[in-house]
Each structure stands twice: as C-alpha cells, then as structure tokens.
Design a protein around this ligand. Structure first.
Ligand SMILES: Cc1cc2nc3c(=O)[nH]c(=O)nc-3n(C[C@H](O)[C@H](O)[C@H](O)COP(=O)(O)O)c2cc1C
Length: 191
C-alpha cells in the first residue's frame, strides 16, 4: 500500500525542502523511493533525516508541481528537520538502509518520533481528485493530451460537487499548468 505524503528535508543551507512522495510501510519501517535526480534524495543522503507529513491541504501537493514550494513549517521535535504547519500528523525519521539503484534508490527509515496534531476529518473526493490531477501534471510529457483531457473532465465532477476553497485553489493551479503546457506544445507563447 502506498500513502501519499509530504516529505520535508533539510537543504545544505539549513532551509526546508518540501516535496510530495508516495511512501510504503514495511515491518514498522518507512520506505521512500525517489527518482533521480531529486533534491529530496540529495538531502536524505546527506542528513539521513526526514519528516513524513500527513496533510489534507492538497495545495501543498499541487504547489510542488506548479512552483509553489514555500509553506509554513516549524522545527521537528527529535531530529534536525521541519514539520509542516498543515500536518494533521507527522513522523520523524532516521535512515536505516539504502538499496542503491541508478534510477530509483529505495531508502528505508526507522521512526524515532510521531505526533498527531488534528483529527482526520474524513475522505473528500475533491482532495483525491487534486492528487490524481497532480500525478497527471507530473506526467504531462509522457501522456497523450486526449487522455489528460478525458481524466480532467472526469475529476472535475468531484471538484464541482465536493471542493472547498483550498481544493479549488489547488485545482486552478494544476489546470493553469496543463493549459500552459498545451499552449507551449501548440507553439503559442503563453506565460
Ligand atoms: C501524489 C504524488 C506522489 C509522488 N510520489 C513520488 C515518489 O514516490 N517518488 C518520486 O520520485 N517522486 C514522486 N512524486 C513527484 C515528486 O514530488 C517531484 O518530482 C518532486 O519535485 C521531487 O523532486 P525533488 O526532491 O527534487 O523536489 C510524487 C508527486 C505527487 C504529486
């Protein structure tokens, strides 16, 4: 099973780096598998620390793919690291093992601290739709435009029926990104 989370790592200059990653759990350990190249991977290998943030603020996911990477954070409790203010819960991790791979190494972490901040409020279809659209945006160069258009048309139903302000904002960033990409492909010079 894969859980979509936000991983915060520490850059060489001490600042926070924020990126969505699908993580897996095995025997109480957490597995993160970043495709190379990745700033998060560089940070993980250098510091051997990470924070897994569980958040329902889907703007953080959509933002990572549309150039909006700065979100409020605070210091982690047991490790050098940062916790998203928007985290419902978080886990602080230390690197335990690396399975090297030229394309996608697999890093296994032990949990050294975890905390819950806000209760899970229930599933929301618009949040799920934003996550799906974010994954589509990360694959724009690999997927035919008709497939993107068909999937966005379907996901729009959940947005229209169930979104709140945060979901609508995240959705608008992703749609703008897709429209700009399509315009670039057609040779139009949209900003
Ligand atoms: C829902 C979601 C899940 C993702 N999961 C992964 C993942 O497991 N591995 C990966 O390399 N990138 C994943 N990505 C893409 C990364 O977030 C994106 O490439 C990001 O920029 C990481 O690169 P960075 O470490 O250089 O910031 C995911 C993106 C989304 C929206």
């Amino acid at each position: 099973m894969i859980y979509e989370t936000v991983i915060t790592t520490v850059n060489a200059d001490g600042s926070a780096h924020i990126a969505p990653f699908g993580i897996r759990e095995r025997d109480g350990m957490i597995i993160i598998a970043p495709f190379r190249p990745s700033i998060s991977l560089d940070n993980l290998l250098r510091t051997e620390r990470a924070v897994v943030n569980l958040t329902d603020d889907v703007r953080v996911f959509a933002g990572a793919l549309t150039g909006r990477r700065v979100w409020p954070v605070r210091r982690a409790e047991k490790i050098e690291g940062y916790v998203l203010d928007a985290a419902l819960a978080h886990r602080e991790l230390e690197l335990a093992d690396i399975k090297e791979d030229a394309v996608r190494p697999e890093l296994t972490f032990r949990v050294v601290h975890e905390a819950m901040h806000t209760a899970f409020r229930g599933f929301n279809r618009a949040q799920a739709a934003v996550l799906e659209a974010a994954v589509l945006v990360s694959r724009l160069h690999m997927l035919p435009p008709e497939k993107i258009a068909a999937e966005i048309a379907y996901l729009t139903i959940a947005i229209e029926k169930t979104a709140g302000d945060r979901e609508r904002q995240a959705w608008s960033w992703l749609i703008e990104r897709i429209e700009n990409y399509n315009a670039e492909q057609r040779g139009e010079n949209q900003a």
